[in-house]
Design a protein around this ligand. Structure first.
Ligand code: CDP
Length: 795
């Protein structure tokens, strides 16, 4: 019998422990196992030939020279794929996408053919030997061109497609919003473009497809954030039985949304393996990844706020044009064409609003991926915080005070937003107050005034936002008809050690560390005794994968729920061991005891042993279970980011002085990992606002598709971050946790841009599109005009 254990929860790596990441032991020693590390017997290598032009009719493809190269085993064209009904595939947004072009190419970098050879170099030579004759067509690089009446129709492959619109959507109350604008004292307007950006994970996409003709089983090792959805998609696209497909997502070198879509490269590798009956490896190169895989953002906003003179917002309306590229292939809830952009303004108490949105096909790689973001909330929050700053300036009001007047108050929860979301908890004012105190707001305003006397331009930018994390609940959220729940399976072995599997897939977020902490919290089994496995569809329970910071809200909740199921069975075992009835048994961390005799108890490990060796009559042996968790609502973290900058009026260069972040993501499972997530997100926010330039010229050429233009920030450029926390538990999550992974990347960019524009407030400039490169800032200072970054640009 075990005496009172009084286990130290932090000591066993439970909830709230800043436990070191267990996965790092292999990563920092170079012992990670990425797709490119996988080598199978007889494996061949595939390379892709991509289109050099953005829009052209394919007149002919001559592959004869490629076939002649020694070592080339297969040259696959769209025509050959079409014979297998695989030249096109369905997308996650109910569109179709070319796997290999047959009729036309529709963006620069589109897949035209692929070559399989004994090694990647020979395969590359094979690609270069293919001769393609293109008949150029005019390229479209922005929605304005796409929606012009005389625009060439990009998707003429689609029956009934008579223009370049891929969706039109609206939400809100138009009549009530119109009335709010009629009653307004001041109407504040803003138009801006959130530029295309690229998630740029360090590891590119890749796959090792292995079809075994003897067993008829297809195994695909691939870089995917959502293995089960991929399995379903492969079953549909390749018309293979789902139980004969195994998708394995090994270690992933960063995903950031880039590894959610199904890319033609994966499909080609699978098809080539089926055709050759041997494993085929495809590893994308860096420029291929930058030019052709999932882009994010590229959204145009025109919006306005109806304001009362005293600072109250009466209504909001905006129109959003999204540039989807040639194929509409975002992963997003089927119901919401514009990917939750209507979560904008959820943290403000605004009576009414109306949004219209329209998607355009253009001659660009498919866009709209959720880059560290819940579908399209990054764009939404950016526009929100930019127009909030503009409105405060229009009213002549302090931007912090303007926010304070309009933020939803603590006593207003649960709060229904004008666009139908239900936010359920938060302490918005408190977060703002902590942020303002940390940055020493009043003191900075004095410094700014003083600096201005000497011609120095200081600025301060605030961004406050709540965002919906954790899609979904099954009532409202599905992808391709599959509901957005998630899952966990827990097996406790006879010695009390355990293996946990979930339907999520870590790509750097540290699930192997934090999920074990949840088990430790629920069962008292030390986190070190729990191994976490994700990403293999043959072993993991079905789940929707990891994106949109949904892991903790959904899969993390499933982990808590499955552990509670285990505890319920262990209680029966404890009662049996203690020879009392179950009602007389109490639980404390890691141990059951008799209520009337607390000294008499059994540990969870003793219960585990009994589950296999000493169970009561009639009890099924074993201690394992699974849980599928369907959250009742999204989780709504809140964040306040404040940035101070100094702009050099001579060069337009701006330096960050300080960055203060106050995040409320509810209960923190691992505070150190949460802080890492926030720092990573702020780093990306800084990079997006400052240095990441990737765009298109009038011919549809991708400009900036290299890491000399599209800069990834290093520790050298990245400013320091000062982090603060508020904890408002999520009322419906079993642990009170809310998602956090993307908050800083979503809310951060507006704080940087608002700071630079605040420094320029005397110039009358209202907007500079990101990235705020020195030449753009310089142009704004010297012209006093807004600076647009929308394509086409001069190459
Ligand atoms: O879906 P994804 O893993 O990208 O995002 P997340 O659910 O926000 O979690 C990111 C990491 O932070 C995971 O390791 C979480 O367990 C951890 N986290 C935490 O410790 N406490 C929270 N309240 C939220 C996340």
């Amino acid at each position: 019998m075990t005496n009172p254990s009084q286990l130290d929860e932090i000591g066993i790596g439970g909830l709230g422990a800043s436990r070191k990441r267990v996965e790092d032991a292999r990563f920092i020693r170079g012992r990670g196992n990425y797709v490119d590390d996988i080598t199978l017997p007889g494996m061949l290598h595939m390379e892709i030939l991509r289109s050099p032009v953005a829009h052209a009719r394919i007149k002919s493809i001559d592959t004869s020279k490629a076939w002649e190269i020694p070592g080339v085993r297969l040259v696959l064209t769209g025509e050959m794929a079409a014979q297998r009904n695989l030249a096109w595939m369905p997308t996650l947004s109910y569109d179709t996408q070319a796997v290999l072009a047959t009729d036309k190419v529709r963006f620069q970098g589109q897949e035209v053919a692929c070559v399989v050879a004994d090694d990647p170099y020979t395969a590359k030579d094979g690609c270069e030997a293919i001769v393609v004759e293109y008949e150029p067509l005019p390229a479209i690089v922005n929605p304005r061109q796409a929606h012009a009446p005389d625009a060439p129709i990009i998707r003429d492959d689609k029956e009934g497609q008579t223009d370049n619109t891929c969706y039109a959507w609206e939400v809100g109350d138009k009549a009530a919003t119109d009335r709010a604008f009629e009653q307004a004292d001041v109407v504040s307007k803003l138009s801006l473009h959130y530029p295309r950006s690229h998630p740029s994970p360090i590891e590119n996409c890749g796959a090792v497809a292995s079809y075994d003709p003897a067993t008829e089983k297809l195994t695909v090792y691939m870089t995917t954030q959502a293995p089960h959805i991929i399995r379903a998609a492969v079953a549909l696209v390749a018309e293979l039985p789902e139980h004969m497909i195994r998708i394995v997502s090994p270690d992933i070198g960063g995903g950031f949304g880039n590894k959610v879509p199904v890319y033609p490269g994966y499909v080609c590798a699978i098809l080539c393996s089926i055709l050759l009956g041997t494993p085929v490896k495809w590893i994308e190169d860096k420029s291929g990844n930058l030019i052709s895989t999932g882009f994010a953002r590229d959204m145009y906003f025109d919006g306005e706020l109806a304001l009362r003179r005293d600072g109250r917002i009466l209504g909001v309306r905006f129109h959003a044009d999204t540039d989807q590229g040639a194929f509409f292939s975002d992963a997003q809830p089927s119901k919401f064409k514009i990917g939750l952009v209507h979560s904008a303004f959820a943290c403000y108490d605004i009576p009414t609003g109306h949004i219209t949105a329209r998607g355009a096909y253009t001659n660009k790689a498919p866009g709209g991926v959720a880059y560290r973001c819940s579908f399209r909330v990054t764009e939404a929050m950016f526009f929100q915080e930019r127009i909030i700053a503009a409105a405060a300036a229009d009213l002549g009001m302090d931007p912090a005070e303007f926010r304070r007047i309009n933020l939803v108050r603590d006593d207003q929860f649960p709060y229904r937003t004008p666009f139908g979301f239900l936010t359920d908890s938060g302490q918005y004012q408190k977060c703002l107050d902590i942020g303002l105190a940390a940055i020493d707001y009043e003191q900075f305003l004095r410094e700014k005034e003083e600096a201005a006397k000497h011609g120095r331009l200081l600025g301060i930018g605030i961004s406050t936002m709540t965002e919906p994390l954790g899609a979904g609940n099954s009532r409202e959220y599905d992808i391709l008809g599959i509901k957005m729940f998630d899952s966990a399976e827990l097996r406790v072995h006879p010695t009390g050690k355990a293996i946990l599997r979930t339907g999520a897939k870590t790509q750097g977020q540290g699930h192997e560390t934090t999920w074990a902490q949840i088990v430790a919290h629920e069962l008292g089994i030390p986190a070190a005794d729990v191994v976490v496995e994700e990403g293999d569809t043959d072993t993991a329970p079905f789940g929707m994968g990891t994106y949109a910071s949904r892991s903790t809200p959904v899969a993390g909740a499933a982990v808590a729920m499955v552990a509670r199921k285990i505890r319920a069975k262990a209680r029966k075992l404890a009662a049996h061991l203690l020879e009392v009835s179950e009602e007389d048994v109490e639980w404390e961390l890691g141990r059951f005891y008799i209520r009337s005799a607390p000294d008499r108890g059994v540990s969870i490990q003793e219960c585990a042993a009994a589950a296999y060796g000493n169970m009561p009559d009639g009890m099924e042996p074993g201690l394992e279970n699974n849980a599928y968790y369907d959250p009742p609502n999204l989780t709504w973290p809140f964040a306040c980011y404040i940035v101070t900058v100094e702009v050099d009026p001579e060069s337009g260069v701006w330096d960050v002085l300080r960055v203060v972040a106050v995040d409320d993501c509810g209960v923190r499972i691992n505070p150190m990992i949460v802080e890492g997530q926030i720092m990573g997100g702020l780093t990306e926010a800084y990079a997006m606002s400052n240095m990441q330039f990737i765009t298109f010229d009038a011919d549809g050429n991708c400009v900036g598709s290299n890491y000399m233009d599209y800069l990834l920030p290093t520790a050298w450029e990245t400013p320091g971050f000062e982090l603060h926390e508020v904890v408002t538990p999520c009322p419906h999550h079993p642990l009170g946790a809310k998602g956090v992974g993307e908050c800083a990347a979503v809310g951060g960019p507006a704080a940087f841009v608002n700071a630079v524009l605040d420094a320029l407030s005397d110039t009358g400039v209202r907007n500079i599109d990101m990235p705020l490169l020195p030449d753009r800032v310089w142009e704004a200072i010297n012209s006093g005009q807004n600076v647009s970054g929308a394509p086409p640009v001069r190459s």
